[in-house]
Design a protein around this ligand. Structure first.
Ligand SMILES: NC(=O)c1ccc[n+]([C@@H]2O[C@H](COP(=O)([O-])OP(=O)(O)OC[C@H]3O[C@@H](n4cnc5c(N)ncnc54)[C@H](O)[C@@H]3O)[C@@H](O)[C@H]2O)c1
Length: 479
């Protein structure tokens, strides 16, 4: 592989980031602030209802292939078009649908890295699902909205603050929804905890913690051996490896942050104010490159490069004086972690394993935890479980991303019932911008950085989002 640093920076979108041009920026701690008036408030906005949600998919890798299967097995979805630069990924997905759900008959777009634009230009698609490498998400989301499509995008929605702003402004201008998929309070214990928070079980919420700890490095066979039958891909992913060179911060905050943000009502009732971020050195990646370069010369250009520090810790303070702690570590061995802590003035929850401790009930764990949380199971979970029990399609053997989640189901249900989506462009932008802001802070030895308010002050009056009580809708079935 020819490794050219300029191409690499362009490829990974780093050229527009503080990490590269940071030294030239004014040393203000508001580098990404924008003074603006909201042109239209997408929070609480309901687009005209769609009986059938006609979908196009861009990127059919590990995640995207599963996205097709999940959405294809929801009532009222029509899969119209699939796009990937690797043709066999598109054709195998079409074959899979023809075998299992033949009422879908999508067209294939495989003609190079710009073919996705033709898919977006069609006038018979309502929702585009984007599952490409991170540095393509903002461009593809904006182009989709400008061509009259709602957007479902895998995280993040942008890799720079400028991209996040551009996505917000396009959504407001076009009145198209942006739903960024991540771990949210739609599902299982998280939905129940959100219900408990809202019923005041933990008292007034004062702190939350969410992480992305996931060892993507140690297992050489599973992560680094390139697969000649799959475009020479490797488990870590070539583009993801490149994201970890020369970027230093929390590159993937949304999985842990989403639930905390919803429990705190960020963007509706409270807002992030400022943050600090600190990274450890790298203690594994540089050594790993030396090790695997012996196995495969493909990795030789990575030997001697500087890698992201293993552990990044970011601390955020909200306008209402609450705190969040987020950690990111995908390169040292350990126990996987996502949403972890929610703490109020009457008690707290801590995950892995699930535990609650409150002034009133003391320590609650194991079967007692299950019994307590059962009482707080929200309607969204009950209705979704009922729909699932009536479904006849089972893709649980087709990969971990192929089984419909309450989040997918509720998105389609909201579009079909003409309801606001549970998560919107302000959530997507806020949960994504933490990455470039963390890079800004890390490179300045943990300086404080102000977090942009994408709602332009509307957070003070926005109605509560994420309706776990399912007051409206819930009518869509699973196939
Ligand atoms: N929400 C979740 O739980 C979750 C889980 C896994 C991955 N993800 C996210 O999904 C996204 C994809 O991750 P992945 O692991 O599937 O990566 P991947 O590399 O397996 O898939 C990316 C796909 O995009 C295709 N692609 C690249 N450029 C393209 C272009 N210009 N046009 C069309 N196709 C193009 C690639 O060929 C590949 O098939 C990432 O944003 C990742 O963070 C989310």
């Amino acid at each position: 592989m020819e490794f050219n640093r300029r191409n690499f920076l362009k490829l990974t979108g780093l050229t527009g980031m503080g990490i590269v041009f940071g030294a030239n920026r004014a040393e203000s701690n508001r580098p990404y602030h924008k003074s603006r008036t909201q042109t239209f408030n997408m929070h609480g906005y309901a687009a005209p209802k769609l009986d059938t949600v006609r979908m196009g998919f861009i990127g059919l890798g590990d995640r995207g292939w599963g996205n097709v299967n999940r959405f294809a097995s929801i009532e009222g979805v029509d899969v119209k078009a699939l796009c990937d630069i690797v043709p066999h990924r598109v054709h195998s997905s079409i074959e899979f649908l023809q075998t299992h759900l033949p009422h879908h008959n999508p067209d294939a777009y495989t003609d190079g890295p710009e073919a996705w634009k033709q898919l977006c230009e069609r006038d018979d698609i309502d929702l585009i699902c984007i599952s490409t490498p991170w540095n393509q998400h903002a461009e593809q989301s904006i182009f989709s909205m400008e061509h009259d499509k709602h957007v479902y995008v895998d995280l993040p929605v942008g890799v720079t603050a400028e991209e996040c702003w551009a996505v917000v402004e396009t959504s407001e201008k076009t009145r198209k929804h942006v739903h960024m998929d991540c771990v949210s309070c739609h599902t299982g214990t998280l939905a129940t905890l959100l219900n408990m928070v809202r019923q005041g079980y933990f008292g007034e919420i004062l702190h939350g913690e969410g992480h992305y700890a996931h060892d993507r490095v140690s297992n050489t066979e599973g992560r680094w051996r390139r697969d000649p039958d799959n475009n020479y891909w490797f488990g870590f992913r070539p583009w993801r490896l490149q994201e970890n060179v020369n970027r230093n911060g929390n590159l993937y905050p949304a999985h842990g942050l989403g639930p905390v943000s919803q429990m705190m009502g960020l963007n509706y009732g409270d807002q992030m104010d400022y943050m600090v971020s600190i990274s450890s050195d790298d203690f594994t990646m540089a050594d790993k490159m030396k090790e695997i370069a012996e196995m495969d010369e493909y990795y030789r250009p990575y030997v001697g490069l500087e890698f992201r520090g293993n552990m990044n810790t970011t601390i955020i303070r909200t306008k209402k004086g609450r705190t969040l702690m987020l950690q990111h570590d995908i390169s040292s061995p350990g126990i996987g972690q996502r949403f972890d802590v929610i703490r109020g003035n009457k008690g707290m929850y801590k995950g892995s394993p699930d535990r609650i401790s409150t002034i009133e009930d003391g320590l609650v764990q194991g079967e007692e935890f299950d019994a307590l949380t059962e009482q707080y199971t929200p309607r969204i979970t009950k209705v979704f479980n009922e729909k699932r029990s009536q479904a006849t399609t089972d893709f649980s053997d087709a990969g971990i991303y192929s089984t419909v989640t309450p989040e997918d189901w509720r998105l389609i249900d909201s579009l079909r019932n003409g309801l606001p989506t549970e998560m919107n462009v302000y959530d997507a932008a806020l949960w994504s911008v933490i990455s470039p802001l963390s890079e800004w802070s890390v490179v300045r030895e943990g300086n404080t950085v102000k977090i942009p308010d994408f709602t332009a002050g509307a957070w003070k009056t926005n109605k509560r989002g994420m309706d776990v009580s399912l007051r409206e809708g819930g009518t869509t079935n699973l196939l």
